[in-house]
Design a protein around this ligand. Structure first.
Ligand SMILES: Cc1cc2nc3c(=O)[nH]c(=O)nc-3n(C[C@H](O)[C@H](O)[C@H](O)COP(=O)(O)OP(=O)(O)OC[C@H]3O[C@@H](n4cnc5c(N)ncnc54)[C@H](O)[C@@H]3O)c2cc1C
Ligand SMILES: NC(=O)c1ccc[n+]([C@@H]2O[C@H](COP(=O)([O-])OP(=O)(O)OC[C@H]3O[C@@H](n4cnc5c(N)ncnc54)[C@H](OP(=O)(O)O)[C@@H]3O)[C@@H](O)[C@H]2O)c1
Length: 455
């Protein structure tokens, strides 16, 4: 029997935060109350603001989170940013434990000249823009050029390429913002070139997503059959690889064998090319790449090795889709190289490598920016198990500070409660219903906060 309820602050409201909250709230000994603290007025993290809008089924993962939010002991504090509105040490003083699940908020850099030229964008920016993230609605993407290059061979690169290729009919039933729908439909882009630095066997995308590229109404997918003649290192890797890799290669072979149907746009999948320089005076005019050969290193990992052959690809816009990256929060241990909070299985480590009592992490900020929504469930469970073990063993420091409700009220922070979010949700869904869409998002801070106030 537990003597008292423990109170845990969970920072973030994405999948990792909700899975962790669900597992904490399910504990009977000790009993746990959860305050979820999220910088946006809206929950669900990348499920709302990352997952592509033309994948509505994946967005329904939020139904699981809605159920968790209904459990006794759960409170949502939206529009509260840790590091701005409330400090790390204020959280550790106010709660028995703090669990960081704040995701990876920025992009991994390429580190090449011209990366910051106008017209060179991080995929993170385009994704946040078409999904209605309130921090990204002022961006203006010039889609008037004939060729766009997407750098990277992951699922986000495919999302970006696919979204740029969708027709009005494909976009209309989605919750893509109206501004993005208009810009994509009116775009002058004829070719979207997706560039991988390694080969087809090493691509990080998954078969369902790759297959979908061949089913676009307004774009043919082009794959050069020569790119699928595998080198010895890739053949060896393929022989021992998972079904996923084998299926990817099969799909690429099917795509390469197709005749283009003459659709208005093409998506070209190219391999073994690394970006060297983004070229242009005032803005992007071309991308210089180096051709790579592939070789296995001593561990058997196939890596790209630059050859002497270079090529300049004329293009008007570049999307760098080479991964997300975590951002440091003041006072919270952070490893700049990996963009994660140093931890052992979710117990946060201080500078001395020793666990900081009562501080935990889960999700992308714990393990880096890879894995699908479901991956965060197991990841959060690992962390929560240790947190509960520490609680049972009396290893959590006793809260001694002021409650965050008091601190936030004193600072005039307008907290969006779960009822506030429910009001936003209702407005968005009813606007969507009128148009046969899952929702029409409110995507400015003003609109979101006004809707939350109506609760
Ligand atoms: C473009 C894209 C598309 C994807 N599509 C799919 C898909 O189709 N299917 C699939 O299974 N997976 C998909 N994924 C992967 C999936 O979204 C991630 O695995 C998952 O969202 C990671 O969860 P998380 O909770 O760690 O981070 P996030 O989802 O990023 O959540 C982190 C939350 O923390 C909040 N936060 C950040 N800083 C602070 C702060 N200082 N104070 C308070 N709150 C803060 C953020 O606002 C955010 O709400 C996609 C990922 C991306 C990037
Ligand atoms: N529908 C879905 O299920 C879905 C949709 C979107 C995202 N997600 C998931 O979200 C996670 C993040 O996706 P992601 O696409 O951002 O990351 P990712 O899967 O890690 O892919 C990153 C890609 O960038 C490449 N890259 C990295 N550094 C590079 C460089 N300097 N130059 C050229 N290329 C470089 C990588 O190539 P190397 O392999 O050579 O390093 C890789 O192809 C993944 O787990 C993904 O599966 C899932």
């Amino acid at each position: 029997m537990s003597v008292r309820s423990f109170r845990v602050a969970v920072v973030g409201a994405g999948p990792a935060a909700f899975f962790a909250a669900g597992q904490l709230l399910a504990s009977e000994d000790p009993a746990i109350e959860v305050d979820m603290i999220e910088r946006l007025p809206t929950p669900w993290g990348l499920v709302r603001l990352g997952v592509a809008p033309d994948h509505p089924n994946l967005k329904t993962a939020s139904r699981v989170f809605e159920k968790i939010a209904q459990r006794p002991g759960f409170r949502f504090h939206g529009n509260v940013e840790v590091g701005r509105d409330v400090a790390h040490d204020e959280l550790t003083s106010a709660y028995d434990a703090v669990l960081y699940a704040n995701g990876a908020q920025t992009d991994r850099r390429l580190g090449i000249p011209g990366e910051d030229l106008s017209g060179s964008w991080a995929a993170t920016e385009l994704v946040a823009w078409y999904n209605g993230h309130p921090d990204f609605q002022h961006l203006s993407f010039d889609l008037s050029h004939e060729r766009a290059v997407v750098i990277g061979n992951g699922n986000v690169a495919l999302d970006v390429a696919r979204m740029l290729a969708l027709t009005r009919e494909e976009l209309a039933p989605t919750d893509t913002t109206d501004a993005a729908i208009e810009a994509i439909v009116a775009s002058g882009i004829k070719e979207i070139l997706v560039l991988g630095r390694r080969g087809p066997v090493q691509a990080a995308w998954t078969p369902t997503e790759l297959q979908e590229m061949g089913e676009l109404a307004g774009a043919d997918v082009l794959v050069d059959p020569a790119a699928l003649e595998l080198d010895a290192a890739s053949e060896a890797e393929l022989a021992g690889a998972s079904n996923i890799v084998g299926r990817n290669v099969e799909i690429l072979r099917e795509l390469a064998a197709r005749r283009p149907a003459g659709k208005p746009r093409v998506v070209r999948l190219r391999f073994q090319g690394s970006p060297v320089t983004v070229l242009g005076d005032e803005r992007v005019e071309a991308l210089e790449i180096v051709h790579n050969r592939l070789e296995a290193d001593s561990s058997g990992r196939v890596r790209a090795v630059a050859t002497d052959e270079r090529e300049v690809i004329p293009c008007g816009i570049v999307f760098r889709s080479v991964g997300y990256h975590g951002v440091a929060l003041p006072g919270v241990p952070f490893d700049e190289t990996s963009g994660t909070i140093p931890n052992t299985d979710g117990r946060v480590l201080g500078g001395d490598g020793i666990p900081v009592p009562g501080v935990y992490c889960a999700g992308w900020i714990k393990r880096g920016p890879t894995g699908v929504i479901g991956t965060n469930k197991k990841d959060a469970a690992e962390t929560v198990e240790l947190l509960l073990e520490d609680a049972r063993n009396g290893a959590l420091p006793k809260p001694s500070g002021r409650s965050i409700d008091e601190l936030l009220a004193e600072r005039g922070v307008e907290v969006v409660t779960y009822a506030g979010w429910a009001a936003i949700d209702t407005i968005e869904r009813s606007r969507g219903e009128e148009q046969g869409r899952p929702r029409v998002k409110l995507c400015t801070w003003e609109e979101l906060l006004a809707a939350a106030r109506s609760a």
